[in-house]
Design a protein around this ligand. Structure first.
Ligand SMILES: [Zn+2]
Length: 237
């Protein structure tokens, strides 16, 4: 039987039989992995609470024909601040939901894994209004869908850029405008998120512009995935 080690973040779990669970993980080296944790639902499970959504763990796995089996799981991060705060937990779920949709099984995407770990740590340290939307934009860029922000996607005009269309994948000028209206403040935030000032953008307090960027990020992600995002509707509701 082949044994391998990896690190991963638990994206989701579901019941299997009487005492087991299937654990869906985003791993560093094997992409998305589905694995069985045997006996995890028993009170005295050797896994304790280490295989809950948002858990970041070092794993020892047996490779199976259909599902791998988790042999060991050790905590790498104690993201207590995320799990004990409903608002942060909801935001974390919004990250996990998108990663589960975007990641491919057994297709390594170390950058996506690193982005997820980084976002969860930031969320635990200090939840920023733009954390989830910035993550969505970064994930889209990682998938080759970086939006055009420098000039109108239709005619190339550099300004004034007043709208954003998720189908076109970028900003539009006054003449070509389609999609939703985009304020200069929101355009500035988008440029900072995708242009190397992520830290500065995450330091921004909540405002009309951050809300605009959030709504747009959800629309762009839902357009890409061709489905609605469950966790974000909980956040807004
Ligand atoms: Zn134009």
């Amino acid at each position: 039987m082949t044994v391998y080690r990896d690190t991963g973040v638990v994206l989701r779990t579901y019941r299997l039989g009487e005492a087991d669970r299937i654990i869906v993980l985003m791993t560093a080296q094997h992409g998305k992995v589905r694995a069985v944790a045997k006996g995890v639902r028993k009170t005295k499970s050797r896994f304790g609470g280490r295989l809950e959504p948002t858990s970041h763990v070092a794993l020892l796995l047996y490779e199976g024909r259909q599902l791998d089996v988790i042999n060991q799981a050790e905590s790498l991060d104690y993201l207590r601040a995320v799990r004990e705060d409903l608002d942060r937990l909801t935001r974390a779920m919004a990250l996990l939901e998108v990663v589960e949709q975007v990641a491919q099984e057994r297709e390594p995407d170390p950058r996506l894994y690193q982005m997820l770990v980084g976002a969860l740590r930031t969320l635990a340290a200090q939840p920023a209004p733009l954390l989830v939307p910035a993550f969505y934009w970064k994930v889209l860029a990682n998938d080759g869908l970086r939006p055009e922000l420098d000039g109108c996607v239709s005619c190339g005009s550099p300004e004034p850029l007043v709208a954003f269309d998720v189908g076109e994948g970028g900003v539009l000028c006054r003449t070509c405008r389609r999609g939703v209206a985009l304020s200069p403040g929101a355009l500035d935030l988008l440029r900072r998120i995708l242009g190397g000032d992520l830290v500065g953008a995450l330091a921004e307090p909540a405002s009309a512009a951050t809300h605009e960027v959030e709504v747009l990020a959800v629309r762009a992600m839902e357009h890409h995935l061709e489905r609605r995002l469950r966790a974000m509707s909980l956040l807004e509701g």
